[in-house]
Write a protein that binds this ligand. Structure first.
Ligand SMILES: NC(=O)c1ccc[n+]([C@@H]2O[C@H](COP(=O)([O-])OP(=O)(O)OC[C@H]3O[C@@H](n4cnc5c(N)ncnc54)[C@H](OP(=O)(O)O)[C@@H]3O)[C@@H](O)[C@H]2O)c1
Length: 247
């Protein structure tokens, strides 16, 4: 049973309340929401994956924010680690989306510089919609050729993928409600570019230990981005924060 700490409420937070709390603002440009989970000691993984950190409440919120998104954006490292095969939303969510004017499935966009991705792998073979790969002009031509058979491949920078070019491409495709599910290198790149609007961060009541990454990493800290706490929910000692960038 999820309950709300901010806004202060006695009421149990049902799915309608979650839809309202996590609704995207009306924007005429791509709005970038990151969704992460970390352990109480800052670890973003346990045993190399994030899956061991979430409880039922986190899974519900994870499903709701996917349901609301036009596009799920994710880095190649996360796809290699976590698979991302098959539909990203269940049948109930697909019906909800079509009833609310969205495509049944969110688009899936993958950031990769190396294009070290298997075109015959399950990510592409089982994708319900043709994936979009966002890469750079310096990516190996042979890998690009093979991937173009199974995905749209778009250059968003010379040597690395530039977050602002990514958002230009997503906006051109009408994909304004952006849900970025990481991982840490992608959040680091977007933080350094200032291309972040929101962070949904679940805090797991766990001392995970180990050498897992934090939720943002990469070269240089960039300009720190101040955040404002817009919502704080809790269930079973886990905290679910929703931070918005202070403009
Ligand atoms: N706790 C959480 O909520 C959470 C969420 C997501 C992931 N994770 C965990 O994070 C780990 C993966 O970390 P990660 O940092 O490797 O994941 P990542 O950020 O998903 O992927 C990193 C890869 O994305 C590509 N990339 C990112 N930024 C780029 C840029 N500006 N230009 C070009 N390419 C860029 C590169 O791909 P190429 O190598 O193909 O060039 C890079 O190696 C996994 O263990 C996963 O389980 C945790």
């Amino acid at each position: 049973m999820i309950s709300a700490l901010i806004p202060v409420s006695e009421a149990v937070v049902d799915d309608d309340a979650l839809h309202s709390i996590y609704a995207y603002p009306s924007m005429d440009r791509p709005y970038v929401r990151f969704n992460f989970i970390s352990a109480a000691d800052g670890a973003a993984t346990t045993g190399g994956l994030s899956a061991g950190l979430g409880n039922d409440g986190d899974k519900r919120i994870f499903a709701v924010v996917r349901r609301l998104a036009d596009v799920v954006l994710v880095g190649a490292g996360t796809v290699r680690a976590e698979g991302y095969e098959g539909p990203l939303v269940d049948e109930d969510a697909q019906s909800w989306r079509t009833g609310n004017g969205q495509e049944a499935h969110p688009a899936i966009a993958l950031i990769s510089g190396s294009l070290d991705l298997d075109p015959s792998g399950g990510f592409f073979a089982n994708a319900p919609v043709r994936p979009l790969i966002l890469t750079s002009r310096s990516a190996p031509a042979d890998r690009r050729g093979a991937l173009e058979a199974v995905a749209d491949v778009v250059d968003c920078g010379e040597d690395t993928v530039d977050p602002s070019a990514v958002l230009t491409e997503l906006g051109r495709r009408g994909l304004l409600k952006v849900l970025c599910e990481g991982g840490p290198s992608v959040l680091g790149a977007f933080q350094r570019s200032g291309a972040v609007d929101e962070l949904c961060l679940s805090l797991s009541p766990l001392l995970a230990g180990g050498d897992g990454p934090r939720i943002a990493m990469g070269d240089g800290p960039g300009q720190p981005i101040p955040l404002r706490l817009a919502s704080l929910l809790t269930e079973d000692s886990a905290l679910y924060t929703l931070y918005r960038v202070r403009r």
